[in-house]
Design a protein. Structure first.
Length: 103
């Protein structure tokens, strides 16, 4: 799985996930919608995601698969905020502690 695919899956499975278009999910994951198409199709077939058409857009949201809870936790570890911050700050010399503050 590429980082873009992981980011897309993370955005689909978070507790606050909203129904969004495939192209929106691709843009938010900084990847091409065409690259995600096949993977999203497989996840829809497995029931992990579901999609529906509204006009020309295909909206993607979490499915009702019982593996979604544990999968969301696994994706959060691999592609969540902690992993992203660690990756972004790994090259900063002398950094001992990072505090994220916000709402």
């Amino acid at each position: 799985m590429t980082p873009g695919h992981g980011s897309c899956l993370r955005s689909c499975l978070t507790p606050t996930a909203r129904c969004r278009s495939r192209s929106w999910r691709a843009r938010s994951a900084l990847t091409d919608a065409g690259n995600l198409h096949g993977d999203v199709e497989k996840l829809v077939e497995a029931g992990i995601l579901r999609d529906r058409r509204v006009g020309r857009a295909r909206l993607v949201s979490p499915g009702d698969n019982p593996v979604n809870g544990p999968l969301a936790e696994l994706v959060a570890v691999a592609y969540g905020p902690r992993a992203l911050v660690e990756g972004a700050l790994s090259g900063v010399a002398g950094l001992e502690e990072v505090l994220l503050v916000g709402s």
